[in-house]
Structure formats: structure tokens, C-alpha cells
Write a protein that binds this ligand. Structure first.
Ligand code: NAP
Length: 287
């Protein structure tokens, strides 16, 4: 497997550490990023740079994409110079970006028309699990394609869960990010309510994390709340996108609508490029 040539498009907060892990595991990788200077640390670590998407797919067996949103992914696949712009039958493309289930099914269809295998593989977990190689990878693929990609997923994640055909993994990803949004909104509202009534955020976060309500995400986000500093691990604008996609995919529960509105107004206030936990800054201001 390791003598297979990998290609990677999208070297943002997630793509960068994921590629580094593959390089360190011995995979040969060519990278392509729209903003070229983000390639530098990976080229220093042994990756090759492709001058175009066409060159990338022509020279690689498997291409992985980790891009912002549906529009970016569609552009990278379908533009006149995109991954599907020339014949490359027999190759495999794995999309790890979070997109609508409908987009994943569409990408599967157009890839198959080009005789390219498509795998839908969004991830649960942020920058730290990406660096540690402990992501949870949700896979929508045929059983045969899942087996082809498994050695890559074994490096990037602690588990790859095969949930069905392309599209189903994107649905699973929107569901888990709904729970993430609820958790972060809940932590923020709880800490602010406690503070208003004389309980310090240090004490309240300690109570949360020591008790049954503490979980992985409360522990991960505690330092940023204590320091009141929210550099993006998972940008708030991406959660607004995911909650919007969940609504569009049929989520119509009592909490999704106010939850979406809360994060969307935080984005409008200029917090979109900060970490999702910056929702607390939006909620803190006088109502
Ligand atoms: P990011 O830091 O914002 O990086 C986005 C990447 O997409 C960059 O490489 C960017 O290129 C590229 N891109 C955007 N529009 C493009 C276009 N039109 N054409 C070509 N490239 C384009 O995002 P991220 O945090 O790595 O997240 C990537 C995906 O993973 C998203 O779908 C997100 O929802 C999902 N995700 C993120 C996390 C997390 O914690 N961060 C966790 C799980 C899943 P430039 O460098 O040129 O801007």
C-alpha cells in the first residue's frame, strides 16, 4: 500500500496535520493547495508539490480532499481544470470534507461516470485528534472501496466506521456535529449563567469536568474558556455551515432552529474565523 502514490488537496487546519501523519507513516504524497505557502511545511517534511489539480490526479493513485465546504469541493472536482477535467479512469478520490449528503451522492455519480471510485469519508475530531492520528472516520463506500482506503484511515484515525454507501457518512457527520453544537452552546450558557450568579468560570468548569456532565469536548474547550482566547481549531463558520446542511437535510427538531440562529448570529458579529467555542463571546454581550 505504501508504494501507492497519494495526492492531497486542501491544507487548512485539518489537512496539514493529516498529511504530516501520512508522510511520517511512510506514504508518498503530492499536495496541492490554493494558497501555496501552506504547502511549505509539508514540502519540508518530504511531500511533493503538484502544479495543478490535473497534474495531481494524473500522477497519483488515490487523491484525498479536505476543503471548506460544498462549493469548494465541487469547484475542485468540476472546474475546467479540476480533478475530473481529464480522463483518469481507475483512480480513487476520497472526500474527507464535511458536505451535504446530497453532494456526496452527486460526487459519487459523477466520479463513477468518469470510471473513478469515490469514497465519502468525513471525520469527527478537530485539530488535536488530526495531529495525534486519532480521528473518528465515518466512511460511505462500497465494501471493496472501504478495504482499499483502510490502510490510509488506519494512519489518520483511531477507528474508521463503515456506515454505508457514499452519502450515508455525510449524514452521520451532520448528526454528530449537531450534538457538538448542542454541547458547546450548553457549556457556554451554563458557564455564563453560573458567572452571573457569583460562581467563577474556574469553579463551574471544574464542577462540569469532575462530574457526569464532563466529557471529551468539555475538557478540550476548558482552557480556551479560562483564557478567553479562541484561535480556530474548528472555525465557527464551519459549524454554521454544518448546522445549515443538517437543516437542509431534514433536521427539524425543537433545538436545531434556535441553535442555528445562535451560531449564525455569532458569525454575523464577526466571530466566524474564531473557534466554535467563541459562541460564548457572542452570548456574553449584554442582551
Ligand atoms: P480550513 O482551515 O478553513 O481549510 C480549508 C481548506 O479549503 C484550505 O486549504 C483552503 O484553501 C481550501 N479551499 C477553500 N475554498 C477553496 C476553493 N474554492 N478551491 C480550492 N481550495 C479551497 O478548514 P478545516 O478546518 O481544515 O476544515 C476542512 C473541512 O473539514 C471542512 O469541511 C470542515 O467542516 C471539516 N472539519 C473540520 C474540523 C476542524 O476541527 N477544523 C473537524 C472536522 C471536520 P486556502 O488555503 O487557499 O484558503
Amino acid at each position: 500500500m505504501k508504494n501507492i502514490q497519494l495526492g492531497w488537496v486542501g491544507l487548512g487546519n485539518m489537512g496539514n496535520p493529516m498529511v504530516l501523519n501520512l508522510l511520517q507513516a511512510g506514504f508518498e504524497i503530492s499536495v496541492f493547495n490554493r494558497t501555496k505557502d501552506k504547502e511549505t511545511p509539508l514540502l519540508d517534511a518530504g511531500a511533493k508539490s503538484a502544479s495543478s489539480l490535473q497534474e495531481l490526479i494524473a500522477t497519483c493513485d488515490i487523491v484525498l480532499t479536505m476543503l471548506s465546504n460544498d462549493a469548494a469541493v465541487k469547484e475542485v472536482f468540476e472546474s475546467p481544470t479540476g480533478l475530473l477535467s481529464k480522463a483518469n479512469s481507475g483512480k480513487t478520490i476520497i472526500n474527507m470534507s464535511t458536505v451535504a449528503p446530497e453532494t456526496s451522492r452527486y460526487l459519487n455519480t459523477i466520479c463513477n461516470q468518469h470510471h473513478i471510485q469515490f469514497i465519502d469519508a468525513p471525520v469527527s475530531g478537530s485539530v488535536k485528534p488530526a495531529k495525534d492520528g486519532t480521528l473518528v472516520i465515518l466512511v460511505g463506500a462500497t465494501p471493496k472501496n472501504f478495504e482499499i482506503a483502510k490502510p490510509i484511515f488506519d494512519v489518520l484515525g483511531k477507528i474508521a466506521i463503515h456506515v454505508g454507501e457514499p452519502g450515508v457518512a455525510s449524514s452521520a457527520k451532520l448528526a454528530i456535529n449537531y450534538l457538538l453544537g448542542l454541547n458547546l452552546q450548553g457549556i457556554a450558557e451554563t458557564v455564563l449563567f453560573a458567572e452571573k450568579n457569583g460562581v467563577s468560570k474556574e469553579d463551574m468548569l471544574n464542577i462540569i469536568n469532575q462530574g457526569a456532565c464532563g466529557n471529551g469536548i468539555t475538557n478540550i474547550k476548558t482552557p480556551s474558556i479560562l483564557n478567553d482566547s479562541y484561535p480556530a481549531a474548528f472555525a465557527l463558520k464551519h459549524l454554521v455551515k454544518d448546522l445549515g446542511l443538517a437543516k437542509a437535510a431534514g433536521l427539524d427538531s425543537p433545538l436545531i432552529h434556535p441553535l442555528y440562529d445562535s451560531y449564525a448570529s455569532a458569525e454575523k458579529e464577526g466571530l466566524g474565523d474564531q473557534d466554535v467555542m467563541a459562541i460564548i463571546s457572542s452570548l456574553r454581550k449584554p442582551q
